[in-house]
Design a protein around this ligand. Structure first.
Ligand SMILES: Cc1cc2nc3c(=O)[nH]c(=O)nc-3n(C[C@H](O)[C@H](O)[C@H](O)COP(=O)(O)OP(=O)(O)OC[C@H]3O[C@@H](n4cnc5c(N)ncnc54)[C@H](O)[C@@H]3O)c2cc1C
Length: 429
């Protein structure tokens, strides 16, 4: 049954049937954090009949310039919830010419850009464009900006939030989508700091016009000694997003908006493939970001409080899945909470955790391993190259997964899919 559900595309009838079964009583959901995870979850929850309010600490919704991949596993969900056109409008299709290279430009192999059916559901997105599309999908009164959550408490009947501006809110469920530095996480598990990977990511955008020879749709990854560099298009192909991953001895601030040193970045890739050197020559400014993750947390839920996205499972970006998994989380939560009474919430949230972590625990670990491959931390590069080739099978199982169907199976038949059912092949196998 699991297999059928994992390979079958849901029809509009499935969705209509699911919607019809929903309770008419609206569950009140407070989402803390208006990032990619929070806004996409709010959209999914609302679509399944819940009364959702998002509380974001910033004065306005927004993201600084950088790219993010949207892969088939989350794009099929976004399309199903009516956001397909918005994605197509601002995304840059990523496909032909996508390759892995050694640092000198020797080709290692192709990068998979489809699911098993050959569906090329893959966009490079400017983060601001993605967030904007998600924000436009929210009703006007459903997002409260300038609301920094500072307190949480709950009892048998309700959860309460307090905010730095003096406001308070009550809800049947609180979704903590407040990122890797989550303030709500400590109400679920004992605090433990994120782990620094020893790598700094320099990233930025460059106009496509500055690189007329560049391959339009290509995701390209150059893998060198302890470092790697990647480029992919965003904003309908008008901009190229680049990221240089460089080891550091000191921890780097974990922020999307810390200014990087472009000379230091260029020097880090001196002598690499001339295409990389040429691109970096044209870079004027860049940002940097220290890469952190966490080992899987002991728990994601307590009573009416549930963690989602980076608050639950921050992962290194070496599979490009952090935002995609956050989007999946929201869909799973929406399916499982649909039609649920306020009393039953506390029984349902642990099922969301079990369903999701079977998948995210594996992806968190595999993202770390993929970073070692990209940084060539292998005694034998031939072995590394073999694993890169094998990683297509892992990526296929990643991209084929349909979280909505998995959550429906879990809800209707009490199935908690084991990890091997959702991720069948590891690159290292
Ligand atoms: C270099 C790099 C490249 C990446 N590339 C990709 C990629 O290609 N594909 C991909 O899927 N993922 C990628 N990721 C990961 C991805 O960016 C994250 O996983 C994703 O943004 C997590 O979304 P989130 O909503 O959970 O958290 P965040 O995006 O961190 O959002 C959290 C939100 O909560 C708000 N907030 C925080 N505290 C409070 C509070 N107390 N009260 C109210 N609001 C609060 C914040 O202001 C923010 O808006 C990459 C990450 C890095 C570092």
């Amino acid at each position: 049954m699991c297999t059928d559900l994992l390979t079958r595309q849901p029809t509009s009838n499935d969705v209509k049937r699911d919607m019809k079964n929903s309770s008419t009583e609206s569950l009140r959901v407070a989402v803390v954090g208006g990032g990619i995870g929070g806004l996409s979850a709010a959209h999914a929850l609302r679509r399944r009949g819940m009364d959702v309010t998002v509380y974001e600490q910033a004065k306005s919704l927004g993201e600084v310039g950088a790219g993010v991949f949207i892969y088939p596993n989350s794009l099929r969900q976004l399309e199903r919830t009516g956001l397909g056109d918005a994605m197509a409008e601002v995304g840059a299709r990523v496909g032909s010419g996508s390759q892995y290279y050694r640092m000198d430009g020797t080709v290692v192999g192709p990068i998979l850009t489809t699911d098993s059916r050959g569906w090329n559901g893959m966009y490079g997105m400017h983060r601001a464009d993605l967030l904007d599309a998600l924000a436009r999908a929210q009703p006007s009164n459903a997002v409260r900006t300038d609301h920094r959550c500072i307190g949480f408490e709950q009892d048998d009947t309700v959860a309460r939030l307090t905010f730095a501006n003096g406001a308070t809110a009550e809800a049947d469920v609180v979704v903590a989508a407040d990122g890797i530095q989550s303030v709500l996480q400590k109400h679920v598990v004992a605090p433990q700091p994120p782990e620094y990977s020893g790598v700094r990511a320099y990233r930025g955008l460059i106009t496509r016009e500055k690189l007329p020879q560049w391959r339009d749709e290509a995701h390209q990854v150059w893998m060198g000694d302890g470092k790697h560099f990647m480029v992919f298009p965003v904003r309908s192909g008008r901009l190229l997003n680049y990221v240089g991953f460089v080891p550091t001895t000191s921890e780097t601030v974990e922020s999307w908006s810390a200014k990087g040193d472009r000379d230091e970045l260029a020097a880090s890739f001196d002598g690499w493939d001339p295409r990389v050197v040429d691109l970096l020559d044209k870079v004027e400014t860049c940002f940097w970001w220290g890469l952190y993750d966490r080992r899987p947390l002991q728990s994601w839920t307590r009573g009416r409080l549930v963690l989602l996205g980076d608050a639950a499972h921050p992962m290194l970006p070496h599979l490009g899945q952090g935002a995609n998994q956050a989007i999946e989380d929201g869909v799973a939560l929406a399916v499982l909470l649909e039609g649920c009474s306020p009393v039953a919430v506390v029984d349902v949230l642990p099922r969301y955790e079990r369903l999701r972590r079977a998948r995210t625990d594996v992806i968190q670990a595999e993202a770390r391993q993929n970073g070692l491959r990209y940084d060539s931390k292998y005694e034998s590069l031939e072995q590394r190259d073999r694993e890169i080739a094998n990683s297509a099978a892992f990526r296929k199982s990643l991209y084929d997964y349909d979280v909505e169907q998995a959550a429906i199976a879990c809800r209707d038949h009490g199935e908690d899919l084991p990890a091997h059912a959702v991720l069948s092949a590891h690159a290292g196998d």
